[in-house]
Design a protein around this ligand. Structure first.
Ligand SMILES: Nc1ncnc2c1ncn2[C@@H]1O[C@H](COP(=O)(O)OP(=O)(O)OP(=O)(O)O)[C@@H](O)[C@H]1O
Length: 593
């Protein structure tokens, strides 16, 4: 099979999958959409009545003899009443479909949020963040068009011209023929425009997704990029994706615009009027129809192209919505961490055991953690130490279940972490990035315990050595964290420590680099961390050997494997430990990062 034909097959498959995803997405509102369609059809049929009234009024006014005031008044009343009723029913149809759209949007958001709360944290790369942004903003918007507008506008665009054409034939079959005379030309122009539309839509969608993903990558990394003066290079990927989209779109659309411009100039109003009024005049002359009949059927003919265009754009919006539905469905079905919390009471003791744990990052070839077995006794502090990339952070975050090990098990008090309900009540962590949200400092501290009292929150802030600094902020604990909050990196770290203190988890993961973040506040942070460690099972990700001298157990890691375990004294003769010390002395503190 050639590459081109396999690409076409691929696009066809995607289109079909999109159509399936779409019908699954629309299933919960299928009744509402059917109601919207029926109401729209009723309103479209009612559209015929004003034309009938117009013919009667026209006949009464144009044909000679005395004007029948009663008849004109009656038909005028019918015209206004049916016109009003038609608009009202159309409005109700749109109202029903908009309610359905709100329901679907809500369901999708709920499902995505529910699923994203359960996927491994390693999933949240910048590419996937781009996918989430596109899904929540663009794709739900595209689906809106399809649910809230297409059933009503699409049905009306089909039923109304059909009903009007039937009426035109009822008035006079020759006028009926005149009113549909230009339809074959329109259909030919439409067929030319729509050729390969499905595949091109899929291709367009891929390119738009690429632009979206590159944009998120660019914006996410902007601080680093600017700091290193590499804006041009990082911008390049985004620029390239945007140019690629532009070229594709221009190549596709330019010829279509020509076809449609040609179609409009040949087929548009002058031609329609020429055929309908010209042909109609001949029929009036022959005495078979009245001028009012001709006027009404000419007006009907003018509506037909508009309806065909609506049908065409409905078809297109269905294709685009198919791709969107597929992306939304993919996101909703992102593999989540298995939830087998069968032990609601949780562990009763808090020894932590790594039992032959191995882990490979998605897409990586080598194991980041390789057959690690360790025991962390309750109430003791264990430090992980090793060169950069030796697997310290990975081991620590596996305990917090950012992802599950590829093999082996991690247990707390003998219970596998996969079976522990509310794991984050048991395992707290303060990592390098304090992960504060753009909410008040109070809510940031109370994130893991939303029911905490003001006094408990203040107490946690006091223990984390940050209380006075928060009180000194203009809005105190109500200050919303973000740009311009006036919190330094070290202060943000201590807010994160206060948060962990408030959760009061018996197992704690600490990144010792937090103490390096802000040299001026180093002493305060160390004190806050020490307060946090008391009485818990603590795992410290250590970056400097001298910072972990007092701990109960030191684990030396090398390329994901445990090289040695012991206290500072026990390890003092171990060559790897000695090497880490000497490296640290030659490169200064934090030499292993
Ligand atoms: N998200 C990721 N995807 C793929 N590989 C990763 C990812 N994060 C880390 N790794 C790889 O896993 C290995 C262990 O990394 P890890 O961050 O656990 O080491 P570390 O000892 O904590 O390093 P550092 O001291 O620099 O933080 C490294 O080879 C690293 O390149």
């Amino acid at each position: 099979m050639t590459e081109a034909s396999s690409e076409v097959d691929d696009h066809k498959r995607q289109q079909k999958a999109g159509a399936r995803a779409l019908s699954r997405l629309l299933e919960p509102v299928s009744t509402a959409l059917a109601v919207g369609r029926v109401l729209s059809a009723v309103s479209a049929v009612l559209a015929v009545v004003p034309y009938i009234a117009l013919v009667h009024i026209g006949d009464a006014l144009i044909t000679g003899g005395g004007i029948d005031d009663d008849a004109v008044g009656r038909w005028l009343a019918i015209l206004l009443a049916t016109f009003g009723a038609r608009l009202f029913i159309y409005f109700i149809a749109l109202f029903v479909t908009h309610l359905a759209d709100i329901k679907v949007g809500h369901l999708i958001r709920e499902q995505i949020v529910d699923r994203l709360a359960r996927v491994p944290l390693t999933w949240f790369t910048s590419t996937n963040s781009g996918r989430v942004r596109k899904a929540l903003q663009d794709d739900i918007g595209t689906v809106h068009q399809l649910i809230a507008h297409q059933p009503v506008e699409g049905t009306s665009a089909i039923v109304m011209p059909l009903a009007l054409m039937v009426y035109a034939f009822v008035v006079d079959w020759r006028l009926g023929l005149l009113s549909i005379a230009t339809i074959p030309l329109y259909i030919a122009a439409m067929a030319a425009t729509m050729r390969g539309m499905g595949e091109m839509t899929v291709k367009m969608d891929h390119r738009l997704s690429a632009v979206s993903a590159r944009m998120v990558e660019f914006v996410t990394g902007i601080a680093v990029v600017k700091a290193f003066g590499r804006v041009g290079r990082a911008h390049h990927n985004y620029q390239h994706a945007a140019d690629d989209f532009y070229e594709f779109y221009a190549d596709w659309v330019k010829p279509l615009v020509k076809v449609s411009a040609l179609g409009m100039s040949i087929l548009a109003i002058p031609l329609l009027l020429l055929i309908n009024i010209g042909g109609g005049a001949a029929l009036v002359h022959a005495g078979v129809v009245s001028p009012a009949d001709v006027l009404a059927t000419a007006l009907i003919a003018l509506l037909i192209p508009y309806s065909l265009e609506t049908v065409m754009s409905s078809t297109w919006s269905r294709q685009i919505a198919g791709a969107s539905a597929l992306r939304l469905q993919d996101l909703i079905e992102t593999p989540a961490l298995p939830d087998d919390a069968a032990n609601p009471t949780g562990p009763e003791s808090f020894d932590v055991e790594f039992d032959h744990v191995s882990y490979t990052y998605p897409g990586a070839d080598v194991r980041a953690v390789d057959d690690v077995s360790l025991t962390l006794r309750q109430g003791t502090v264990t430090a992980l130490i090793g060169a950069s990339g030796s697997g310290k952070s990975t081991i620590a975050t596996l305990l917090a279940r950012f992802d599950d090990p590829s093999s082996g098990a991690i247990r707390i008090g003998g219970v596998p972490v996969t079976e522990i309900d509310d794991l984050y009540d048991k395992v707290g962590f303060v990592l390098q990035d304090p992960q504060l949200l753009s909410i008040s400092i109070r809510d940031n501290i109370a994130l893991g315990r939303p029911d905490a009292t003001r006094e408990q929150i203040r107490h946690a802030a006091r223990s984390a050595q940050i209380l006075d600094e928060i009180d000194a902020l203009p809005d105190g604990f109500d200050t919303v964290y973000g740009a311009g909050t006036g919190l330094s990196g070290g202060q943000a770290q201590r807010v994160a420590i206060a948060r962990a203190l408030l959760v009061d988890a018996p197992v704690l993961i600490l990144d010792e680099a937090t103490a390096l973040a802000d040299p001026e506040a180093q002493h305060e942070i160390q004190q806050a961390l020490s307060a946090l460690a008391v009485g818990r099972t603590v795992l410290v990700i250590a970056h400097r050997p001298e910072a972990i001298m007092g701990v109960d157990q030191i684990v030396i890691l090398d390329a994901g494997r445990v090289d040695a375990v012991g206290t500072h004294d026990e390890l003092s003769t171990h060559p790897a430990y000695a090497r880490l010390w000497s490296d640290s002395l030659t490169t200064g503190s934090g030499g292993h990062r």
